[in-house]
Design a protein around this ligand. Sequence first.
Ligand SMILES: [Zn+2]
Length: 53
Amino acid sequence: MDCAEDGCRRPAAVRVHDPRGDDRDVCLPHARSLAQREGVVAAPIEDADAEWP
Ligand SMILES: [Zn+2]
């Protein structure tokens, strides 16, 4: 599965729980960015292609 962010083709590796929007699966760079926002929780996807560092 690809990252849910528009225009991003990296493999989704993290599920982001966003209190202001839908939960979605995104790549690591987007997860890091989204996790800076208050209330957002990012959790690694167990069987994702990318590795959690
Ligand atoms: Zn992405």
